[in-house]
Design a protein. Structure first.
Length: 273
């Protein structure tokens, strides 16, 4: 068990921990950190793109819980030497991304710091949450998009290169149109934030089931984090309906495994600590 899982396990008695967000009184509440020199470097992304991604990765958690994001709280630790123009650019990234998803920024906190660190809390309406648990033996598993692109671009950045402004590492593409249409057919879901193989490990723990892969998945795909694509499980009887919705919404959908009663081992190194 890595240190992140161990630390989270220290709060195992809480009934609200274990999914992409906590459900309280039909409200879905999630929070993610986005810290300089951990999740990004200043020379990789503009301040606008940093703020935009910080919002998107938090909104992603609400979407895969079948929740509609409504409000956001921002905590931003800002270097003292930032100019007003830089602050305006940062604020625009938050505001315009929030507006695009119908989210109202309602408060938070700002402090001075030696680097740019961001924490976003999203509050979302959630009448019928979709959890990580709920998978049954024989269910099919699928993911959206093309995992692996984010890791490829991250490696390019770490070598001192540049990536397209449309890079999935810089600008995650959320699958809200697909997910909300498909939600009634989905048994369990989460977003691919730590990598497909890491996140399958979370589904394994939540459901005590393993996975029979239809074709081998290379580590460059399975170990790529920061994807924010959707990982979902569903009854095989709904495959045709899900593929139809994927075509309607122009969402690439890959059915890659079946849930079976067997162990599962994640072959990727931990991303955190």
């Amino acid at each position: 068990m890595n240190k992140e899982d161990y630390f989270i396990g220290c709060f195992a008695e809480s009934p609200f921990i274990g999914d992409d967000a906590a459900i309280l009184n039909n409200m879905c509440i999630s929070q993610d950190a986005f810290f300089e020199n951990v999740h990004f470097r200043r020379d990789w992304m503009s301040l606008y793109n940093i703020a935009r991604k910080a919002m998107l990765v938090n909104i992603s958690d609400a979407i895969v819980m079948n929740a509609r994001p409504r409000y956001a709280l921002l905590t931003v630790a800002i270097p003292k030497d930032y100019t007003r123009a830089q602050l305006k650019e940062l604020a625009a990234g938050f505001q315009e991304t929030a507006d695009a998803y119908g989210v109202t920024i309602v408060g938070g906190d700002t402090i001075a710091n030696v680097k740019l660190d961001i924490s976003v809390t999203i509050l979302a309406d959630c009448e019928r949450p979709i959890l990580r648990s709920g998978i049954k033996e024989g269910d099919l598993l699928a993911y959206t998009g093309h995992p692996g692109e984010s890791l490829k671009d991250l490696r390019r950045l770490l070598r001192g290169g540049t990536v397209s402004p449309a890079s999935r590492f810089v600008h995650p593409l959320l699958r809200d149109r697909f997910f909300y249409k498909a939600a009634r057919y989905i048994r369990a879901a989460m977003d691919i934030s730590d990598g497909l193989f890491h996140d399958l490990e979370k589904l394994h723990r939540a459901n005590r089931l393993g996975f029979e892969f239809f074709d081998p998945i290379p580590k460059r795909i399975g170990c790529s984090g920061e994807e924010f694509e959707v990982l979902l499980a569903f009854d095989p009887r709904h495959e045709k309906a899900l593929r139809h919705i994927a075509r309607q919404t122009r969402t690439p959908l890959k059915v890659f495994a079946r849930a079976v009663r067997k162990p599962y081992r994640n072959v990727c190194r931990a991303h955190h600590f």
